[in-house]
Write a protein that binds this ligand. Sequence first.
Ligand code: HEC
Length: 153
Amino acid sequence: MLQAPPKGTVSRAGLVPLAYGPGKPEAERAGRELVNPFLPTQENFSRGKLVYERSCAACHGKDGDNNSSVIVARGLLAPAILVTPVVKNMPDGQIFHVTTFGGPQKMKGLGDLISREDRWKVVLYIRELQKASAPKSAPAAPIAPVQSTGAKP
Ligand code: HEC
């Protein structure tokens, strides 16, 4: 039987192992428990963009909307549209978990290919794609509704 590593063990990369397994309930738990350790600085954002364009865009499209998706064009898979409310409302930790372990259906986890830091930074970039996809101008209304920034108090 495999023994669990002793508490406090760090990986070769100097990281404490993630206390999560694959699957949606675990993804949701990660969403509740984990906080992105990186702030959306220009540097982290640029890194996240690079990682996204290298590792996610082929399936999810350059803008996260499945347009320009190679996979969709070939009719192979239907990736989740990252700029829809479902993923907008997904906490950072859950997106991080999906990137690590894979999606609920077809997407494979990329935890072996993308470093933990880069998996967090890609979440920062997805948040920007989501903001960019919001309608540019609100429809004319007597009183303009307050637009949510998506920021948590
Ligand atoms: C080989 C194609 C492919 C790549 C590469 C890929 N994805 Fe996906 N992704 C999918 C597919 C297909 C789905 C929908 C089916 C599923 O959930 O498994 C999905 C779903 C998702 C979801 C929604 C999960 C949910 O619970 O609904 C997120 C978030 C996501 N991907 C993020 C990413 C990020 C971030 C990257 C890059 C680091 C990435 N994906 C790379 C194909 C891909």
